[in-house]
Design a protein around this ligand. Sequence first.
Ligand code: PEP
Ligand code: MN
Length: 365
Amino acid sequence: MTIQADIKSLSQWEEYHNRPLVIAGPCSAESEKQVMETAIGLKETGKVDIYRAGIWKPRTRPNSFEGVGSKGLPWLKKVKQETGLPITIEVANTKHVYEALKFGVDILWIGARTTANPFAMQEIAHAIKGADIGVLIKNPVNPDLELWVGAIERIANAGISKIGLVHRGFSTYEKSLYRNLPMWQIPIEMKSRLPEIPMINDPSHIGGAAELLQDISQRAMDLNYDGLMIESHCNPKEAWSDAKQQITPKELGELLSNLILRDPIPHDKAQMNTLEELRQKIDWLDDQLLDIIESRMQIVKSIGEYKKKNNISVLQNSRWEDIIYKSIEKGAKKGLSRQFINDAFKAIHQESINHQMEIMNGKKE
Ligand code: PEP
Ligand code: MN
């Protein structure tokens, strides 16, 4: 990675020490009254660190509410003056950045559609060059880790060291419980590549529904995320955007009180030993799993040789369908999800076909 600036971990972001760091506020600023009423409610919870509101809204279809624009900036300034909460807004182009800097916004956030667009990222990076400001970068709408890394590089190379990431899930065409699939493995991989960079979860845009927020937030805490960005509105039912996923400040306070915060690392020798023992058992089982797969491949090879000698084709669909059906049913009885068995057996089957192909043609597929 070619990052020139030193990226600061959250504990180096001066004022932001709480875990979870909580960023909350409405999806969109609608009126001064709505912005202030929500801010006062959030301040009263005593659990919110930063106030968010969208001023310019990237909407999927034209003719939806596209945000109040610059006229909302003085409302946010008032929030800061009256509650002391730092302010963050979404920026998607040069004009947004200049306006935000002029009004003393504390942190900028880059939306998921913008992260996915390298031209826009470059333009934003150019506009913020050298500014002393925090920048939160949401994951791109598509599950592309490199695109996310590229956006970080562009912002870091503009001399910004206070960079945080927001995991808001990934678009899907298929119907799902979630509005955006969390694909937890992507932020987890990002954390292992850039361990210092703060990772914030956005359960509102992942879930798309108020009733899913608690569970998603808890999962994020269990995965040691640094913070949460949650949409909150003084009157969610009447919200001009994302009404289904917004909750009142009071509900947000309750959600945060219900969170169980577990220690990221074991804190004494006994805990370490117990974990170590269990991990050894896992390692031993993993070795066995590999041995079993190896034995399976040996048999697959014998079948390949037999098929070659007798001129029978590699793939026999009915046999495969039989295996997968039986395994899914057996797995379900053992508490293993159908999706998991399907994916795991498909991968094993593909590897078996590759081995047989190698035997029959002398090459891998
Ligand atoms: C938002 O936070 O209101 C927003 C538009 O988010 P995203 O970029 O994640 O869709
Ligand atoms: Mn929103």
